[in-house]
Design a protein around this ligand. Structure first.
Ligand code: R5P
Length: 285
């Protein structure tokens, strides 16, 4: 990889990746016109080079997506030989099928927009393999949950139980627990609406232990909040996720539910991004 272009959603991750890949770090100018339209400018000699654009599709997803499209076209116009899009959080992936008649297949639209502009997509813990199946370019998916599990060990957990809040994340959390030498359990979730979930109550062995609820995405926090209701007498409740979107007052709600610590990766850059994905991603560059 010769150069990495840092999108405005992923400045720190791009910097770390450029350093470990020994690639040139390019920071485009990204501005707004008064009416809200996005303006990007990049002056660089990219002719014949392999270039990666790093941009997570975190909220505001639509703005970050539009910026990414402009950057990819610009990199092509500057005659890059190969274009890689590093998109740690792939937005719209949860709408990977028509759950109800007449719904748009959102992730397919995103896949079409990206596939025709890039040679390869590198993403992290995509919501589903179905979501990735709509891409027509080369794809590489990095699995981060096991890595996060191992990193959680550095945080001095006592008698840890890694808990998956639903069956969808169970396999990955089990792997994370194995990496960390922790116990594992999972819950069963039913989604009632985009903002409402219900978790089947279950007896868990949580008394006196450090319980880490792990998930790929935390958005409204609803899933984790429901999982908290099944935890009794834990020493500490921690939450760990790959993609921490933390929309609205989700963090406040998690705190009120007894969550002491929130740890996420820098897939989405927030004040909770304590574990960088750079070593994982740069190993694939
Ligand atoms: C769902 O399949 C995902 O793994 C997450 O559990 C979900 O996206 C979390 O969303 P929220 O925080 O809004 O419950």
């Amino acid at each position: 990889m010769h150069a990495l272009v840092a999108g405005s959603a992923s400045p720190s991750l791009a910097k770390r990746l450029a350093k470990s890949a020994q690639a040139e770090l390019l920071r485009p100018i990204v501005q707004r016109f008064p009416d809200g339209e996005i303006y990007v400018r990049l002056q660089a000699d990219l002719e014949g080079k392999e270039v990666a654009v790093v941009q997570s599709l975190s909220p505001p997803q639509n703005d970050h997506l539009m910026e990414l499209l402009l950057l990819l076209d610009l990199v092509r116009d500057l005659k890059a030989k190969k274009i890689l899009a590093i998109v740690p959080y792939l937005a719209y992936a949860r709408q990977d099928r028509r759950f109800q008649e007449g719904e748009a297949l959102s992730v397919k639209s995103v896949a079409d927009l990206l596939s025709r502009r890039i040679h390869k997509l590198l993403t992290v813990d995509a919501h589903s393999q179905l979501a990735l199946s709509y891409f027509s370019c080369e794809i590489e998916e990095v699995r981060a949950l096991p890595y996060l599990g191992k990193k959680m060990l550095d945080l001095n957990l006592r008698d840890p139980l890694f808990l998956a809040p639903d069956e969808g994340s169970a396999k990955r959390v089990e792997e994370a627990a194995r990496e960390a030498g922790a116990d594992f359990d999972f819950l069963e979730k039913e989604r009632i609406s985009p903002t409402e979930v219900r978790i089947k109550p279950r007896e868990l062995k949580t008394s006196g232990r450090d319980v880490v609820i792990m998930d790929d995405i935390i958005s409204t926090g609803g899933t984790v909040l429901e999982a908290c209701k099944c935890i009794r007498g834990a020493r500490r409740i921690w939450v760990c996720c790959v993609h921490g979107l933390f929309v609205g007052d989700s963090v406040e709600k998690l705190r009120k539910a007894g969550v002491e610590r929130i740890v996420s990766s820098d897939s989405v850059e927030t004040s909770y991004s304590q574990i960088s994905l750079a070593p994982l991603i740069s190993a694939r560059l």
